[in-house]
Design a protein around this ligand. Sequence first.
Ligand SMILES: Nc1ncnc2c1ncn2[C@@H]1O[C@H](COP(=O)(O)OP(=O)(O)O)[C@@H](O)[C@H]1O
Ligand SMILES: [Mg+2]
Length: 442
Amino acid sequence: MSELTDLIEAASAAPGKAGLLKAVIRAADDAVEPEDAVRWLAGLDPAPYDVDVRRFAADFLEDQGETPAALRWLAGDEPKLCLDRAHILLGAGRMGEAAEAYVAAITADPSLKDDELDAKLAPKQAFAGSNVVNLRGPRPAAVGGEDLGSPGNRLGREPKTFADVGGLDDVKKDISRKIIQPFKNPSLFSKFKRKAGGGVLLYGPPGCGKTMIARATAGEVGAAFFSVEIAEVLDMFIGQSEKRLASIFENARAAKPAVLFFDEIEALAARRRFGHSDNGASMVSTFLNEMDGVNATNDGILVLAATNTPWAIDNAFRRPGRFDRVIFIPPPDRDARLAILQMAMKDRPQETVNLEPIAQATSGFSGADLVGLIEEACDFAIEESLDSGEVAPIRQKHLSEATKSRKPTTLEWLSQARNYAKYSNEGGLYDDVTAFLEKHGK
Ligand SMILES: Nc1ncnc2c1ncn2[C@@H]1O[C@H](COP(=O)(O)OP(=O)(O)O)[C@@H](O)[C@H]1O
Ligand SMILES: [Mg+2]
C-alpha cells in the first residue's frame, strides 16, 4: 500500500516524467488494491506525457474496466493513439466511432493496418446486386473525403475543353446552352425566376465519352473539378460512406465554382428492385439531402452524374432540383468516328492514311472501341518495327486489319435501351434514344 502511495505522490510532483508514471502503473498492476492508482490516473491530465506512456496508461485503464478514462488518455490525432482508440471502441461496440478512429490511423500511417479491425469494421455487404461489393478492406488514399480537396483530383492533364472530345456536336451545343450558360450567368436566370441549380445526368452506352464530356464541361466553365467514383466512396467502413459523401460536397462548396461529378452513379442510385441493402438506403438519403442543399446551399455547384444503366436509377433521383436534366450521349456517328480516329492517330508515326473508310466501316463502335482499334494498328506497326529494326509507320493495311478484328460494343446497349424505351419510357427518359435509333434506321 505504502509503496504505491509513495509512487503516486512522487509522480504527481513530476508531471510528464514517463518513468515515474510507468512505475505507478506497474506497481498498481501487482497491487491487491489498485483503486487509488486507477482513480488517480483517471483524473490525471495526459497532456505532458508522450504517446507511448499514454498508450501504456490507457491499456492499464482499459484492463481495469475504465473505458472512458482509457479513451481520454488516447485522445488526439496521433495515428497510434487513434489505432488504440479504435480497438477500445470496437470492444465497446461503438462501431461508427471505431471506424472513424481506425480510418484516421491508417490514413496517417498505412503501416498500422490491422487485421482484426479490418475484418470487423469493413462493410460485410455493400450493395448487393451491384458490382461494387468490395471486401478488400480499407484503402487509405481512397478518392473522396479529405483528399478530394487536394489538387491531384482536380482537372489536370484531362481534357480541358470540348475540343478535346471528338464528335458529340449536338451534345456540346446542348450542354453549352442548358448548363454552361446558366451556370456562368446565374443573375440572368434569377431575373427570369429560373433556378439554375439542379443536376445533370449523362447516360449512354459505355465508352462513348460520358466521363470525357463531364471533365470537359468543368473545363469549359472554368470550375474546379471533383470526380467521385461511387465505388470508391463505398469502399469504406460502416457509417463512413455517408460521412465521406457529405465531406465531398463540403469540399466542393469550399472550392466553388465547382463541378462535382459522380461517375457510375447507378452504384448508388440502384432501384430497390435492382437490389440494394439497407446500408445503401442511408447513403442515398445522404446524397439526396446534399443535392437538395438541405444542410447547405449549393449555389455555384454544378452536379453532374453519369451512368451506363439509366434504367437502374431510382426515380427519386430525377425529381425537380435533383437530376432534372438528362442528356443522352450517343454512340459516335460517322463524322464523330472520323474525328475520334483522327484524334487517336495524332502524333503517331504514320504514312498518309485514309481514315474515311475506317469511319465508314465502324458503325456501332464506341469511342473507346475506336481508340482500341488505333492502338491495335499501332501494335502491328510496332511488331514490324521490331522485326525490321527501324520504325515502321502505321499503314492503311494495319488499320484495315485492326478494323476486321474488332466488333462494335454499343449494339447490345442500344437494344437493351430500346426495350426500356418501349416498355418503361418514364417521363420520356429514352426519347433521345428512340430518336437516335430511328435516325440510324436501327
Ligand atoms: N467522343 C470521344 N472523343 C475522343 N475519345 C473518346 C470519345 N469517346 C470515348 N473516347 C475514348 O474512350 C475512352 C472512354 O471514354 P469515357 O468518356 O470514359 O466513356 P464513358 O464514360 O461513356 O464510358 C476515353 O478515354 C477515350 O479514349
Ligand atoms: Mg465513364
